[in-house]
Write a protein that binds this ligand. Structure first.
Ligand code: GLC
Ligand code: CA
Length: 552
């Protein structure tokens, strides 16, 4: 892959190889004993994150919100919800994190506001045609008496994407009914977000994760979509009326120039677009990075993973950006469960539809351990989701009565939604919430979490937490900066690549033990058997100097 151009800029920037730990703040750690995670709890756990060895944290939305969509329904983009703390505490957190050498990214939600946002309240209180309505997509309906929605678009969470207002007009909400979409053709919206970015940059945050970055613009003629089907994974075709429209790029060029005026700040896109379109978002005057959904969605299969890894690497390199690797986040089934399901399982539906006995918990955990050694040795950045370092499974069988994700009701209770990956972390064996809180946690923790508590794992040389700590330490010592890599072929069912001139990663995705190539074994995700790598395991091998010199 030596024909790839050199990255054009920011060659040594921190984000190019950062390990970013995602904090779903409601479920990370509770500092004030109300059963909900908060800034105080996060501040108290910074030493844990420093010891783990991450370079940055990304905090999910912490703004004032009725939490109809886990905080992605924002009432005020320049404040903190009292449930999570105060702006002063946010400032302290940023300072303290920096004291540990940890950067702080926050979540910016530009596609929509909460219906309780003052702009939407003003729109509701104003007559049709009033300028306050133009900040959203508010229009007359179609059909007799304009009683039908302006288009047939569906919400990502299920059901129609238009909601009728008391005076008969309709507003667009690509997500929950409590999340009206902003109109990005309106200059006020543009200006407001630029000032929101500056507000946080001035407070010292190191950057942003941008929510639904591919969704801001809508075809102003609101055409019907031929295939309304399942939009839960919005892979657009070109010319889609709301996903991945070319107009979004102008916004990110403007944002990039704002960030460039500060030192060392970055932004990462949540853009669910066709992989071939992803490089457009990470051109050197737009986002610094974008999440890599292809890798997240890849099956536990050597051919598929090798293909996805090579393609992801090339796509990022093509535009001089660094690739990213994500296994889990707050929107998808945790990977230790995903990898335990038979190939081809639709994991959105499996928790409701089963067959539940198909889940192989032990295989999932073995593969999750191996997957950590994959992501942490690839060139580029890694986004870790809180709890993956503990091997937490998806809690797919939460009682229906506690489910909060709007997907559950909006899918007519066919898709349970994302609560199962958002269950509060088990920190220790103490109290009613395994050290997460002194009160009952906002979502119940399953019995399986008891054996996965961080405090016990920290003492256990064989635990997945210990594996993550070792891998992160080794990555920091000798794996980070080098962006060169090439796939190597060690036979069927084996994923293997060489990173720079120093190391090889070998992953056994087959069912027989695998002899390892020559070199010093530095770290494995499972004990070797007679010197061979067992199935569902990975090894990092340091290359002997003679091998190394041939790649220089
Ligand atoms: C993103 C978030 C998700 C949220 C949605 C709407 O996909 O990650 O949690 O529900 O946007 O804001
Ligand atoms: Ca709390």
């Amino acid at each position: 892959m030596s024909d790839a151009p050199e990255p054009v800029n920011d060659r040594n920037a921190w984000w190019r190889s950062a390990v970013v730990y995602q904090i779903y703040i409601r479920s990370f750690a509770d500092g004030n004993g109300d059963g909900i995670g908060d800034i105080a709890g996060l501040r108290a756990r910074l030493p844990y994150l420093a010891e783990l060895g991450v370079d940055a944290i990304w905090i999910n939305p912490w703004y004032p919100s009725p939490l109809h969509d886990g905080g992605y329904d924002v009432v005020d983009f320049c404040d903190i919800d009292p449930v999570f703390g105060t702006l002063d505490e946010a400032d302290l957190l940023v300072d303290e994190a920096h004291g540990y050498g940890i950067k702080v990214l926050i979540d910016i939600v530009p596609n929509h506001t909460s219906n309780l946002h003052k702009w939407f309240q003003e729109a509701l209180a104003s007559p049709p045609g009033h300028p306050s309505r133009d900040r959203y997509h508010i229009h007359d309906g179609r059909g007799p008496n304009a009683s039908e929605p302006p288009s047939n678009w569906l919400s990502v969470f299920g059901g129609p994407a238009w909601q009728q207002m008391a005076d008969g007009q309709w507003y667009l909400h690509l997500f929950d009914v409590s999340q009206p979409d902003l109109n990005w053709e309106n200059p006020e919206v543009l200006r407001e977000f630029e000032s929101i970015l500056r507000f946080w940059l001035d407070r010292g945050v190191d950057g942003f994760r941008v929510d639904v970055a591919h969704g801001l613009f809508k075809d102003p003629s609101y055409p019907d979509i031929a295939e309304v089907g399942d939009l839960s994974v919005p892979r657009q075709q070109l010319g889609h009326p709301f996903w991945d429209r070319d107009e979004v790029h102008e916004i990110y060029r403007r944002w990039r120039s704002i960030l460039n005026a500060y030192s060392d700040r970055m932004m990462v896109a949540e853009a669910w677009v066709h992989p071939d379109r992803l490089p457009l978002y990470i051109r050197d005057d737009e986002f610094h990075q974008s999440f890599n959904w292809d890798f997240l969605a890849a099956e536990w299969d050597a051919n598929e993973m090798a293909r996805v890894i090579a393609e992801s690497y090339q796509r990022a390199r093509k535009v001089g950006a660094s690739p990213t690797w994500v296994l889990s986040n707050h929107d998808v089934m945790r990977h230790s469960t995903r990898y335990g399901l038979p190939r081809g399982t639709d994991w959105h539906r499996w928790p409701t539809e089963g067959p539940h006995e198909a889940l192989d918990v032990a295989a999932g955990l073995r593969r999750a351990r191996a997957a950590a050694l994959i992501t942490l040795s690839l060139p580029g950045s890694v986004y870790l989701y809180q709890g993956e370092e503990l091997g937490l499974p998806e809690v797919w069988d939460l009682p229906e009565s506690v489910l909060e994700d709007p997907t559950w009701e909006r899918s007519d209770r066919k898709v349970r939604g994302r609560d199962g990956c958002r269950v509060p972390l088990p920190w220790s064996l103490e109290g009613p919430a395994l050290g997460f809180s002194t009160a009952e946690p906002w979502l119940p923790q399953p019995a399986a979490f008891v054996g996965l508590a961080a405090s016990s794992q920290a003492e256990d040389a064989e635990s997945i937490l210990t594996l993550y700590r070792r891998a992160l330490a080794l990555r920091g010592e000798w794996l980070t900066a080098d962006e060169e890599f090439e796939m190597i072929d060690l036979g069927a069912d084996t994923l293997s690549y060489r990173k720079g001139s120093r190391m090889t990663c070998v992953v056994n995705m087959g069912s027989a033990d695998l002899p390892l190539p020559v070199g010093e074994v530095i770290l494995t995700s499972a004990p070797l058997k007679g010197g061979e790598l067992p199935p569902d395991a990975a090894a990092w091998i340091s290359l002997a100097p003679s091998t190394a010199s041939s790649t220089d």
